[in-house]
Design a protein around this ligand. Sequence first.
Ligand code: FES
Length: 291
Amino acid sequence: MSGFTADVRTRLDDDAAQIVARYPEARSALLPLLHLVQSEEGFISRNGIEFCAQTLGLSTADVSAVATFYSQYKRRPNGEYTVGVCTNTLCAIMGGDEIFATLAERLGVGHDETTPDGTITLERIECNAACDYAPVMMINWEFFDNQTPESASDVVDRLLAGEKVGPSRGANDVASFKQVSRVLAGFDDGRADEGVAAGAPSLVGLEIAKEHGWKAPSLDGSDDAAATTPEPGGTPGDQAEPDTGEEQSSADRQPTTPQDTDPTTKTSADKTSAETKDDAAGASGEGTKES
Ligand code: FES
């Protein structure tokens, strides 16, 4: 038995059954199941670990190994809002480091720490593939683009005051950590179509391609003859893509070793490996017959 009360356990069992039914193997449901228990308690407790293990027929060590690997699973009570400041290279040099320092001072907490009132957990986060909006801040994984120390401070002040805040893209406002965890467990909150999806900077490449009539080549290569290659610094020409091995093709590398022209040629590493095996076999008597 896990340590949840009977009514909570019943509710979790019902939800877990829906999640597990989506997968051919029960153990494949572990990631959404961890989000489910996180939506109940706001973090992955020992109770949550035991619940997942019992439900999926895994050991608690198996479940803990996964829960401790991914940073989205919290092993301590999390704030209602996770405020993550991207401090990977691009965001950092565009102001991410300054934003994090400003928020840390404003909130009086460091990385992976929660404000005493339980409202905000502050984190340094890795690249969120939103570099075209750097520096980026995420609140419960909703995007706040092109931030400054001032704009980021204003957002966290509003959260501390109990106000709702709206991201630059995505849902109209940011849901709580528990609510978002339930969505990540696979339960639709009906808000997927709210707000702006792709913003203008993400669509610049698409607009340029439309303007020039550029298309991605077909997967089966049937339009190879029509494929075009942009001229450096100019508009795409009419020339077809070079064949493999031709100038400017991805295989345009001159052979530099015997193995480049004949892959069956033994390298010195292969020979050393074979000799080592022979030595080992000789030492163990393997491959020899004693009369
Ligand atoms: S470096 Fe921050 S979103 Fe990519």
